[in-house]
Design a binder for this molecule. Structure first.
Ligand code: HEC
Ligand code: HEC
Length: 165
C-alpha cells in the first residue's frame, strides 16, 4: 500500500515536470520565432531586447547614420535586421571586435554582466558622428596654416575669420 502511494506520487511529479518542460520550451521557441535576434555573431546571443536597441542607437549616433546604413531592406519596405546583405554591417562587426580589443589590450577594458567589453574607446571616439573618420578634415584653412593641433605653446588662438564661419 505504501509502495503504491509512493509510485503514484512519483508518476504525478514526472507528469508535472514533463508538462512544465513542454510549456517552457514552447514558450522560448515562440519567443525566438517572433522577437529574438536570429543572427548575432559578435554581440552576446542572450542580449536583452532593450540593450540590443541601446547598442544600435549608440552605433547610429556615433556614425551619424540611420539603421539602413548597415541594415538592408526586406519585404514590404521594412528593414531585414537579420540580413547580412550590406557590407557595412559586417564592417561594423569587425569594428566592434577591434574596439573591444583596443580596450582590453591598451585600456582598462572591463566586461559587463553580458561579457561585453566596456572601456574608454567607443565607436564615437573615432567616428564622432561620421561614417568615415579617415576622411575628416581639420578645417578649410589647414593647407594654409597647418593643423591647429601643431601649436604646442598653449591653446590655439581663436581666429574667427579663418574658419569661414
Ligand atoms: C553601424 C552599423 C549598424 C547600424 C547603424 C545599426 N545596426 Fe543593427 N546591427 C548591426 C550589426 C553588425 C548587427 C549584428 C551584430 C552581431 O552580429 O552580433 C546588428 C543587429 C541588429 C538586430 C538583430 C538582428 C538579428 O535578428 O540578428 C536588430 C534588431 C538591429 N540590429 C536593429 C537596429 C536598429 C533598429 C538600428 C537603428 C536604430 C540599427 N540596428 C542600426 C549593425 C548596425
Ligand atoms: C580606432 C578608431 C575607430 C573605432 C574605435 C571605430 N571605428 Fe569604425 N572606422 C574607423 C575608420 C578609420 C574607418 C574607415 C575605414 C575605411 O574606410 O577603410 C571606419 C569605418 C567604419 C565603417 C564602414 C563605413 C563605410 O562607409 O563603409 C563602419 C560601419 C564602422 N566603422 C562602424 C564602427 C562601429 C559600429 C564602431 C564601434 C563598435 C567603430 N566603427 C569603431 C575607425 C574606427
Amino acid at each position: 500500500m505504501k509502495m503504491l502511494v509512493y509510485k503514484k506520487t512519483t508518476t504525478i511529479i514526472c507528469l508535472l515536470a514533463a508538462v512544465t518542460f513542454a510549456a517552457l520550451t514552447s514558450m522560448s521557441s515562440d519567443h525566438d520565432d517572433h522577437h529574438g535576434p536570429k543572427n548575432l555573431k559578435v554581440l552576446p546571443k542572450n542580449i536583452p531586447h532593450e540593450m540590443l536597441h541601446k547598442v544600435m542607437d549608440d552605433w547610429s549616433e556615433a556614425l551619424g547614420v540611420h539603421c539602413n546604413f548597415c541594415h538592408a531592406g526586406g519585404e514590404g519596405g521594412k528593414l531585414d535586421f537579420a540580413s547580412d546583405a550590406k557590407p557595412e554591417k559586417n564592417m561594423a562587426r569587425e569594428m566592434y571586435k577591434m574596439t573591444a580589443k583596443i580596450n582590453t589590450k591598451y585600456f582598462e577594458g572591463k566586461k559587463d554582466s553580458l561579457n561585453m567589453v566596456i572601456g574608454d574607446i567607443k565607436c564615437a571616439t573615432c567616428h564622432r558622428g561620421s561614417p568615415h573618420p579617415d576622411e575628416v578634415k581639420f578645417g578649410a584653412d589647414m593647407n594654409n596654416h597647418g593643423p591647429q593641433m601643431m601649436h604646442h605653446d598653449g591653446p590655439a588662438p581663436v581666429k574667427p575669420d579663418s574658419t569661414g564661419k
